[in-house]
Design a protein around this ligand. Structure first.
Ligand code: AMO
Length: 442
C-alpha cells in the first residue's frame, strides 16, 4: 500500500496503483501513482553521474522511455524500483526510482471526468469519480460509522436482521410507492422495514437492527432525496416512551461520530476542511409545536400550522439550537397525530399528539422515531382513522393479536447523515450509486 512507503527504509519496493499524472520532461519523467491509500511520485531518469565534458547531457544515466510517455491517466500499473526518502518531495517525502514498470490494465486516453466536471458528468462516470481521495474517504467514513453503530447494538444484545424488500403492501405513504410486476400480480418495493422490525418484537427478539435499502417513489430533485437510499433501522421492546428511543439514538450517534473522528478526523480536516464535533449528551429536545413558535419568533412561519417542519423551518430551528446550546443536533418531539403514521403511539393525556420525534442534524432531518402502538384494538382503530385497508394490513395486525410488548425504534437515512457530517452539498456526493427520478445508470 502506498501509505506504508513513508515508514519503509530505502531499498527495492514493488507497488501497484493507477496513474494519476505523467510529467514527461526531456531527461526525466515523473509519474504520480495513486492507490486507495495515497499517492507517490515515481521517477525515471534524471540520475546524475560524472559529467563528460565532451557531452553536456551525459550526466543523465537513465533515458526516457516510451512506455512512460504513453501511460494514460487511470492506467493500472505495477512498478518495481528504489524507494528513496527525500524531504524535498512534497508528496509524502519519498519517491521511487523506476526500475521496471508493468502496464497491468490500460485506460483509454480521454478522461471524461475533469476537476471541474458537474455532478451529472461525475455520476455518469462514477467509477472514475470515486477514485478521487475525498470520495474514497466518504466510504471509509461510512464504514467506520456503521461499524461503531453495530458495536453499540451488539453490546446491547441486539440481533441484525435482513428484511424483504419485496412487499405486498405499503409501509409508509402510498404516494411514494414503487410497484413492480410480480409474476401474475404485483408487488411493492419496501419503503422501510417498519412492519418487519416490529414483527421481531412479536417474535420475542427484543432489540434488532438493519442496514438496508429503502425505496421511495418520490419525484423530488432536492439535495436530500433519493428514490433508493440506505436506511439504518432499529427497534426494541420494553420502552416506556419515545424518550428511551432517543436515548439509544444519541448513544449511537455519539459512538459513530467519535469513531469517525478518531480514525479519519485528520483526513476529513485536510480533504473537506472541517473539524468534526462530537456532540454532547443529552441532545436538546424541543416539542414540535414549541419549535414552530421559536421559528416564528425568528421571522419564519412554517406554511401550514398542522404540517411537519419544512426545510427552512428545520434550518431555522437548527440555527436557534446552535446559538442557544452550541449543538448540531436537535430532537423535535411530540408530532401531531394528524401528520404521523397510524403505527405511532399517541400520548395518553393528549390524543392529538404522538410519542414520536424527528432528529435534525446541521439543519436537516435525518431520522424519524417513535414508540409504537402495540395494543391491537387501538392500533386497528388508528389504521381505520387513517383510512387504511385492514385486509392489506392483516398480516401486520396479526402480530399484535398474539401479543407484542411495548416497543419503539427509529429509521435513519444513512446518506443524509454522511452528507451532513461531511458538509456536502447533496446526497449525490455521498451515495455510492445515486438513484433519482432521472437516474438509473450506471
Ligand atoms: P421516514 O419516512 O421519516 O420514517 O424515513 C426515515 C428517514 O429516512 C430518510 N429518508 C430518505 N433519505 C433519502 N431520500 C429519501 N427519499 C428519503 N426518505 C426518507 C430520512 C428520514 O428521516 N418507518 C419510519 C422510521 C421509523 O419510525 O422507524 C420511516 O420510514 O433520513
Amino acid at each position: 500500500m502506498i501509505k506504508d512507503l513513508a515508514a519503509r527504509e530505502d531499498g527495492t519496493v514493488r507497488v501497484s496503483g493507477w496513474v494519476e499524472k505523467v510529467r514527461d520532461q526531456r531527461y526525466v519523467q515523473f509519474v504520480v501513482l495513486r492507490d486507495e491509500t495515497g499517492a507517490v511520485q515515481l521517477v525515471n531518469g534524471g540520475v546524475l553521474r560524472e559529467p563528460d565534458p565532451e557531452n553536456p547531457r551525459s550526466d543523465i544515466l537513465v533515458p526516457r522511455t516510451r512506455t512512460i510517455s504513453e501511460l494514460t491517466h487511470g492506467t493500472f500499473v505495477t512498478v518495481t524500483g528504489e524507494l528513496q526518502h527525500n524531504e524535498r518531495v512534497k508528496l509524502g517525502g519519498v519517491e521511487i526510482q523506476i526500475e521496471e514498470i508493468e502496464v497491468v490494465a490500460a485506460s483509454l486516453p480521454d478522461n471524461p471526468v475533469a476537476d471541474d466536471s458537474g455532478i451529472d458528468v461525475r455520476l455518469d462516470w462514477r467509477f472514475l469519480d470515486l477514485r478521487r481521495p475525498e470520495q474514497n474517504l466518504v466510504f471509509r467514513v461510512q464504514t467506520t460509522f456503521l461499524h461503531a453503530l453495530r458495536q453499540v447494538w451488539i453490546d446491547h444484545g441486539f440481533i441484525e436482521v435482513q428484511t424483504p424488500k419485496l412487499m405486498a403492501s405499503a409501509s409508509e405513504s402510498r404516494a411514494e410507492l414503487f410497484t413492480v410486476e410480480y409474476f401474475e400480480g404485483q408487488a411493492f418495493l419496501a419503503q422501510s422495514p417498519q412492519f418487519f422490525k416490529q414483527m421481531a418484537q412479536a417474535a420475542g427478539f427484543g432489540g434488532i437492527f438493519e442496514v438496508g435499502p429503502a425505496f421511495r417513489a418520490d419525484p423530488s430533485f432536492t439535495s436530500r432525496h433519493a428514490t433508493e437510499f440506505t436506511s439504518v433501522d432499529c427497534e426494541f421492546s420494553w420502552v416506556d416512551s419515545h424518550e428511551d428511543v432517543m436515548e439509544l439514538h444519541e448513544e449511537l450517534i455519539v459512538a459513530g461520530i467519535t469513531a469517525v473522528k478518531e480514525k479519519h478526523g485528520a483526513e476529513i480536516e485536510k480533504l473537506f476542511g472541517i473539524e468534526l464535533e462530537i456532540p454532547s449528551r443529552p441532545f436538546p429536545r424541543i416539542p414540535l409545536a414549541e419549535a414552530k413558535e421559536i421559528v416564528k419568533e425568528r421571522g419564519y412561519e412554517v406554511p401550514r400550522a398542522d404540517a411537519d417542519m419544512d426545510p427552512e423551518g428545520e434550518r431555522q430551528i437548527a440555527a436557534y439550537v446552535k446559538e442557544k446550546f452550541g449543538h448540531d443536533f436537535v430532537f423535535l418531539t411530540d408530532y401531531a397525530w394528524s401528520i404521523r403514521p397510524f403505527y405511532h403511539m399517541r400520548h395518553a393525556e393528549d390524543q392529538s399528539l404522538t410519542k414520536s420525534y424527528d432528529l435534525i442534524y446541521n439543519g436537516t432531518e435525518i431520522s424519524t422515531g417513535a414508540q409504537r402502538e402495540h395494543r391491537i384494538e387501538i392500533l386497528e382503530q388508528q389504521a381505520k382513522e387513517k383510512g387504511l385497508d385492514p385486509e392489506e394490513l392483516g398480516f401486520y395486525l396479526d402480530f399484535f393479536r398474539y401479543g407484542v410488548p411495548p416497543h419503539g425504534g427509529f429509521g435513519m437515512g444513512l446518506n443524509r447523515v454522511l452528507m451532513l457530517m461531511l458538509k456536502q452539498s447533496s446526497i449525490r456526493e455521498v451515495t455510492y450509486l445515486f438513484r433519482g427520478p432521472n437516474r438509473l445508470l450506471p
